[in-house]
Design a protein around this ligand. Sequence first.
Ligand SMILES: C[S@@+](CC[C@H](N)C(=O)[O-])C[C@H]1O[C@@H](n2cnc3c(N)ncnc32)[C@H](O)[C@@H]1O
Length: 290
Amino acid sequence: MSHWSIEIETPSELSDWLSWLIAERLDVAVEIQDDETMTPGPEPEFCRLLVRTEEEPSSDWVKQIQDCLIEVGCSEAPIRSRHDEDDSWRLGWRAFFKATEVAPGVIVRPPWSELAEKAQNTLIDIVIDPGLAFGTGTHATTQLAAQLTVKTLKEQTPLKVLDQGCGSGILSLIAARLGHKVTGVEIDPMATRNAQENLPLNHLSDDDIKFIVADAVPQEEFDVVIANIIAPVLIDLAPQIKTACQDTIILSGLLSDQERQVLKAYDGWSPIERIQQGEWLGLILKKAES
Ligand SMILES: C[S@@+](CC[C@H](N)C(=O)[O-])C[C@H]1O[C@@H](n2cnc3c(N)ncnc32)[C@H](O)[C@@H]1O
């Protein structure tokens, strides 16, 4: 099957942020090509972002990508669109999804990669069959959220946990494997389908995790709410998350310079833990003592 690619050349230091924005806005997978990946990028200080689609990209898509470029201060970056008959990338990219330790003792791997001998003492082994949903464990925001999730939920009596923006279900699966009852909420039905497919791969069922398609927080009470979503959405959802959460909120998906704005939206809750990977932040919030 033929496909279209949109290629954007960007300074390497912006690639993480820009790929994140484009993935969120267009709801697509964005591949970063640099010296370390399958196809070398243009120059060491630049890399190439690649979005693949089966249909010719619409002008609205290109406009949304341009808006993302303006937002990261890179409006001059060249955007190229190409039609390609070669479909080998569909299998080629799989080579780059390898087992990743997302938190100490927590391995996330694709079904075609066996758990390595030396990793047999792993605390949790999560299998993700990556569709186009976000959440293969390689992104810094997932790793930050995973670390804080394990820290919060390990060795606790069973709690009620919400994973808002569950993507492939990766954080829900970790929480369920630690013995908790989980609801995973996702705005994108394709991602929810992928999350649902990942349940049996991890010997879990609907009794352990309920995956729901929605953009709002369920009107229920949860002991712990986890949300790894971009900062503007974390801010929009703050009133709903604060109402639903009875004990601990775990936030990821924000950049360090968005921290103040996000914390303002979560007034009445105080950060008790703050971890950083590059420019990305992960926070644990607890209800402030009154
Ligand atoms: C950064 S991904 C996180 C995926 C996964 N939880 C992880 O940590 O790898 C954010 C996800 O939130 C979803 N999302 C965005 N806004 C949402 C909303 N209001 N409610 C539920 N999901 C939302 C996106 O579709 C995306 O799959």
